[in-house]
Design a protein around this ligand. Structure first.
Ligand code: NAP
Length: 454
């Protein structure tokens, strides 16, 4: 059951989809009005929560909880460290209410989750809720794995880096999950809005069989991957979800081990991990030296690079690159993917980069020319910016009436693109390349799923 947390009674009038329950955070309400609470309970499954605050003594809180239970709420939250006798009495006296026995740690992931579970498990309740601050993607995955293997557990990954974990609750067996109504009404760090959970991640259709896909890298905030891939899964009627996981190089080893355990089926890989993932995956594109797509099955990981084919597919919607002179700005992972694919499709390449040596090395592999960013040749047909710098050359180096691709997708119109438009150039936007390379990722994942099931 997904609950939307309401920190104030004024939110009771808001429209909330019928399959979503409400959690009344009564400890945040200015006053406790029993008539108002009773009315809310009649409308939909309601979880009543009255956390410890300075406003009431523990004895007063216990009294309030008993009063609330008389209203027969569908769910009620009891903190696991309340007096054992009180907990036992409430649980046995109010069998019509489903109790959520909750543990919160706003600082860290507890080291001994097993011990915590054992101590919570002595109470016969609907679910053991373990909400802990997860400082990294790997900590969030550890907590999610715990839910997968411990009955009746619902884990909540608090903190921005664990935020993706809030999507995966139904897949690891959570009995309850939480969303906020909007950004302003968040009641816990990293909480997602109801709109995101329902309309982007389709929380209501996730279950234990849902395949997990995602993006790894850093930074990932601007990536539209969750919007694109979840829509694509929906349109293709696939029981799959895609989440964004922030990951650094030194976390990759542990992540790969956890990814296999939790059965992540596929990954998009972005800056700075495209080269590092080569260590983990079998690929036929080793020469490119960078992968942006992984498929994981039966302990085996296969990788491909769709950056190059995505960029070239987008360009060739406008013009063929065969025998055309292409200037590539940058010599990083994306540039490598694009350069190899362009060469394969018959283009003549010039690679220009801030660090000259990298441009020289890449050009040498592809029989191309190289130089620094100030050395843009005057005669070229296509200019491709693969650096994160949205204006890496001066405007007088952009040749009129040529074709320009900037891989940056946010903002859509970079300074480079604006200048190119003024010079009557045809434009391929970063988002067009994004869609093309993402389509190839989906196709790769689907073919991998088919190979597994056959
Ligand atoms: P990368 O491997 O780190 O390479 C970055 C390249 O940009 C290097 O050549 C680097 O030069 C150069 N560079 C970095 N900062 C620069 C600056 N301030 N001025 C000039 N050059 C600079 O990164 P990547 O994985 O290739 O990703 C590059 C960009 O492509 C990212 O913005 C990413 O979001 C975007 N991207 C877009 C799509 C899409 O579908 N539209 C797909 C993939 C990537 P040095 O060698 O001198 O460091």
């Amino acid at each position: 059951m997904l609950f939307v947390s309401l920190p104030h009674p004024r939110f009771l009038t808001r429209h909330i989809p019928s399959f979503v329950g409400i959690e009344l955070r009564l400890d945040l309400f200015p006053t406790l009005d029993l008539d108002e609470i009773a009315k809310a309970i009649q409308t939909r499954p309601t979880l009543l929560t009255l956390r410890r605050t300075n406003l009431r003594t523990e004895a007063e809180r216990e009294k309030w909880i008993e009063t609330l239970l008389v209203l027969k709420p569908a769910y009620l939250d009891l903190e696991w460290d309340m007096a054992p006798l009180f907990l036992e009495k409430m649980i046995s006296q109010y069998p019509e209410t489903k109790f959520v026995l909750s543990y919160h740690n706003f600082e860290t992931l507890p080291e001994d989750l097993e011990d915590l579970y054992r101590r919570m498990n002595r109470y016969n309740v609907f679910t053991y809720k373990i909400a802990a601050h997860t400082r990294s993607t790997n900590e969030a995955l550890q907590l999610l794995l715990f839910a997968k293997t411990h009955p009746k557990t619902s884990v909540i990954c608090m903190g921005e880096r664990g935020s993706f974990g809030r999507v995966l609750g139904p897949i690891v067996g959570n009995r309850i999950d939480f969303a906020c109504l909007d950004e302003r009404s968040k009641t816990a760090p990293g909480q997602l809005t109801l709109d995101e959970l329902v309309n982007v991640y389709r929380y209501q259709s996730l279950n234990r069989e849902t395949a997990i896909y995602g993006l790894i890298g850093n930074p990932i905030e601007k990536s539209p991957g969750h919007l694109y891939h979840n829509r694509a899964f929906f349109e293709k009627k696939l029981n799959a979800v895609y989440v964004k996981m922030s990951l650094l190089e030194n976390e990759l080893d542990t992540f790969m081990a956890l990814a296999k355990k939790i059965a992540i089926r596929g990954l998009s890989v972005t800056i700075p991990l495209k080269e590092h993932v080569l260590l983990f995956a079998a690929t036929e594109q080793e020469r490119i030296g960078a992968l942006n797509t992984l498929a994981i099955a039966d302990e085996k990981i296969r990788g491909i690079n769709t950056d190059g084919s995505g960029a070239l597919d987008a360009i060739e919607q406008i013009q063929s690159v065969k025998n055309k002179k292409i200037v590539i700005l940058g010599a990083g992972g994306t540039a490598r993917g694009i350069a190899f694919e362009a060469k394969k499709r018959g283009a003549c390449l010039t690679i220009l980069n801030r660090t000259l040596k990298r441009a020289e090395d890449l050009a040498a592999e592809l029989d191309g020319k190289s130089g620094s960013l100030s050395e843009v040749p005057s005669g070229y047909d296509i200019l491709i910016n693969t650096t994160p710098n949205s204006m890496p050359i001066s405007s007088n180096q952009i040749r009129p009436n040529t074709l320009v691709l900037d891989v940056i997708y946010s903002p859509k119109e970079t300074p480079l693109i604006k200048e190119a438009l003024l010079k009557n150039c045809r434009i391929v936007y970063g988002e067009e390349m994004y869609v093309k390379q993402a389509q190839r990722q989906t196709a790769f994942w689907i073919s991998n799923e088919k190979t597994n099931s056959s």
